[in-house]
Design a binder for this molecule. Structure first.
Ligand SMILES: [Zn+2]
Ligand SMILES: [Zn+2]
Length: 360
């Protein structure tokens, strides 16, 4: 194995370079994954467009959703061997801190990251990624045979949505759920809400994505460009009633405000899309208090082993068709084009393939 590999490096907004860098080194408990595919994600796009808080020193490796085969194992590793198809969580909880002990490992304060440098450090758009021993021991998973690398790579965002829907035990069979947004996260929510037996109204604005929403089982799809008043349109779709549950999935402050106003009395609003830091929103206190709204806004710091395992089953079972979320395939050298396609909303997610797995 040569000592170098190709990797996409992030220099700052709108500046991605493909460079030859050293293959990362593994520790005695770690494993080296030869990446088969990486997938683009809204977070990569946010970083590409506007930068991101708490980034490590630049330039840094880029991308955080990938899967591949084990290329090398540390001398103490017995759980995995060369050739195993695997996907790794981007961090592992410690099992010992306050949050882990309170059974809330997604908030673990002593997590070990897949990539040194923190949550936002990357390395998925590359030929290899090194998994530190702590993560290899507790948050690397074998990929079911019927899933491609790209499908396995998307368990990271899917796990966040699984966590989100489980924070909504309110959804009962036959309840009405409005989802505002039409990106991959919104469509994962759509699938999971359908699995919960809900009647789902999705409000979107991109034709292809709205078509996907229909094929994924949305009961009503509203094109927000076609209606004067989204709240009224949702109400009309529900026979004159506001939805029981509203899920926001755009990460825009004005949409957070819209979603709070969309929920019925004693309803629940989940504000899921993270907005730009420092932005603020305004809600009518009367709406929140006298309408007895429940507002939730979960954030997931670690996709725990439990969440990731279940996402692999969800994808493998076909209840969520990962393939349908991949809108195009690009070689590693065209990582930036894949990001731009995602940025321009020309699809849901794009897969990026390193040279040794690229087929013309
Ligand atoms: Zn992601
Ligand atoms: Zn912990």
């Amino acid at each position: 194995m040569s000592e170098n590999m190709l990797a996409a490096m992030y220099y700052g907004p709108k500046e991605i370079k493909i460079e030859e860098v050293q293959i990362p080194v593994i520790d005695d408990d770690g494993i080296l994954i030869k990446i088969g595919a990486a997938t683009t994600c809204g977070t990569d796009v946010k970083m590409y467009v506007r930068g991101y808080p708490e980034l490590p020193a630049l330039p840094m490796p880029y991308g955080h959703e990938c899967a591949g085969v084990v290329a090398k194992v540390g001398r103490n590793v017995t759980d995995f061997k060369e050739g195993d198809r695997v996907v790794s969580g981007i961090a592992a909880p410690c099992g010992k801190c306050y949050y882990c002990k309170r059974d809330q490992p997604v908030f673990c304060t002593d997590r070990t990251y897949l990539i040194p440098g923190g949550a936002m450090a990357g390395g998925a758009y590359a030929e290899y990624i090194a998994v530190p021993g702590v993560v290899a021991k507790n948050n690397v998973h074998r990929i079911p045979e019927n899933l491609s690398f790209a499908e396995a790579a998307m368990i990271e965002p899917l796990a966040c949505v699984l966590y989100g829907i489980e924070d909504l035990p309110e959804i009962r069979i036959g309840d009405s759920v409005a989802i505002v947004g039409d990106g991959a996260i919104a469509l994962y929510f759509l699938r999971l809400a359908k699995l919960r037996g809900a009647f789902v109204v999705l409000s979107g604005s991109h034709k292809d994505r709205m078509d996907k929403a229909r094929s994924f089982g949305a009961d009503v799809v509203i094109d927000r460009h076609e209606v004067d008043d989204q709240i009224q349109a949702v109400k009309d779709a529900l026979g004159g009633f506001l939805p029981d549950i509203v899920i926001e999935s755009t990460g825009q402050p004005h949409v957070w405000e819209l979603c709070v106003n969309m929920a019925r009395r004693a309803g629940t609003v989940m504000l899921f899309g993270g907005c730009k830091g420092g932005t603020t929103v305004t809600f009518d206190t009367r709406k929140i208090h006298y309408d007895s709204l429940t507002i939730k806004s979960p954030s997931v710091y670690i996709q725990t082993p439990d969440l990731l395992k279940r996402c692999l089953y969800l994808l493998s079972s076909g209840e969520i068709s990962g393939r349908e979320f991949i809108s195009g395939t690009y070689p590693l050298k065209d990582t930036e084009i894949a990001i731009q396609k995602h940025m321009n909303r020309e699809g849901l997610k794009f897969e990026v393939i390193p040279p040794s797995f690229w087929k013309d």
